[in-house]
Ligand binder design. Structure first.
Ligand SMILES: Cc1ncc(COP(=O)(O)O)c(C=O)c1O
Length: 409
């Protein structure tokens, strides 16, 4: 029998969830932007600073070796967590954004001078602007964009049809941060590969919710951020297939990424260090291990089921309490993101009033301005759910939305 999902026990790990905001209990529904942090991650950060702080990969002394071991333990853990073939395929960066920039810059240098890059209209700016920067460096490269249907699902026929002899790259989100749509990334990767086109998947919104398996996905690059996965801020992962990473030039130069330096020339370190110039955030990386422990001990499938039921309850409830609500993103495969607008109210006003009632949601364009333009709206109000949210919080959210909608008339 499946174990009962004990949300109270999970919540007890997160000190921030006990906070009050404006004299009311905090209802934190901005998890798509960043999740809260469990005590075990906070303890790991503290332990690193108190006991093990020394620069990694540079010292023979005990503290340096401990710090190095802790960093490299996380790398092994990430490799196992995402089912990479080797820990050489796991590069630590500052976040999903830097991971995409790394690929667009370094792998981009290997791409032809002319050709087409396929993106989708639902991309976060992090998966648009780095490719535009590459197009500036190689003006023969052009971006082609896949559209969505009225439910917020990608038009797969259009995606298929966009591939031609000029296509050099495809990059798309696993899960949309606005619509919640879970894209059929396995199929999309297969289609791209059947045309010999490499694929980058932006997994920033999938990694906190879905079980990841690089061997099954067969993508060339996959990126995500620790801070959305109950881990420390400032840490990201780039997964890349080893043979591609081997061929790519370094992204940044400096310490740690070198083999030997002389003024006549420099050789580079082996993978993964070739892409990790300078002192990494070894404190955060070491503590990220505990975030992965949290996800594993709670269970990704259990988290997904729990979040799905909260999403369903919130979606049904919202349509009931404010029948005029417009929900953006009603995909058949959807992650726990609920974007909406009520009447002509500006999302910002709505979010401010909800904050006054203790409800933390995000408002605005969510770093997806092309998607907002496609939808013909300035932004949305976005509630998003995590492992620690409860049905009582969904009820509080719905009551608050009803109240604010009435206030704004
Ligand atoms: C889909 C998606 N991609 C990329 C990012 C960028 O992540 P980060 O700011 O952690 O680099 C985000 C952040 O919200 C996102 O939602």
């Amino acid at each position: 029998m499946a174990e009962i999902y004990n949300v109270d026990k999970i919540r007890a790990e997160f000190p921030a969830l006990d906070r009050q905001v404006h004299g009311r209990p905090l209802v934190y529904l901005d998890n798509t932007a960043t999740s809260q942090t469990p005590q075990r991650v906070l303890d790991a950060i503290r332990d690193m600073y108190v006991l093990h702080k020394a620069n990694v990969h540079r010292g023979v002394h005990t503290l340096s070796q401990e710090a190095t071991d802790m960093q490299e333990r996380t790398r092994r853990h990430v490799a196992k967590y995402i089912n990479a073939r080797s820990e050489k395929e796991v590069i630590f960066t500052r976040g999903a954004t830097e991971s995409i920039n790394l690929v667009a810059s370094s792998f981009g240098a290997l791409l032809p001078e002319d050709g087409e890059i396929i993106l989708t209209v639902m991309e976060h700016h992090a998966n648009i602007v780095p490719w535009q920067l590459l197009c500036k460096r190689k003006p023969g490269l052009k971006i082609r964009v896949v559209d969505i249907n009225e439910r917020g699902e990608l038009d797969l026929d259009q995606y298929r049809a966009l591939f031609n002899g000029h296509t050099v790259m495809a990059a798309f989100a696993h899960v949309s941060n606005v619509l919640g749509t879970i894209n059929p990334v396995e199929e999309m990767t297969r289609i791209a590969h059947s045309h010999g086109v490499p694929v980058l998947i932006d997994g920033a919104q999938a990694s906190p919710h879905l079980k990841l398996d690089m061997e099954r996905l067969e993508c060339d690059f996959y990126v995500f951020s620790s801070h959305k996965m109950y881990g420390p801020a400032g840490i990201g992962v780039l997964y890349g297939r080893e043979e591609l990473l081997e061929r790519m030039p370094p992204y940044q130069g400096g310490g740690e990424m070198i083999g030997h330096v002389s003024f006549e020339g420099t050789t580079y370190a082996d993978l993964p260090f070739k892409f990790e110039a300078g002192t990494p955030d070894f404190v955060g990386i070491a503590a990220f291990d505990e975030a992965l422990n949290f996800l594993e001990s709670t269970g990704l499938e259990a988290i997904e089921r729990h979040e799905e039921s909260l999403l369903q309850m919130a979606t049904d409830g919202l349509k009931e309490v404010v029948p005029q609500v417009r929900i953006f993103g009603e995909s058949r495969h959807k992650s726990a993101v609920l974007s909406f607008l009520i009447g002509n109210e500006h999302p910002y006003d709505f979010g401010m009033l909800l904050d006054g009632l203790g409800i933390a949601v995000r408002t605005g364009h969510h770093c997806a301005q092309p998607l907002m333009e496609r939808l013909g709206i300035p932004g949305t109000v976005r509630a998003s759910f995590a492992a620690y949210n409860t049905e009582a919080e969904v009820r509080a959210f719905l009551q608050a939305v009803e109240r604010v909608a009435a206030m704004l008339g």
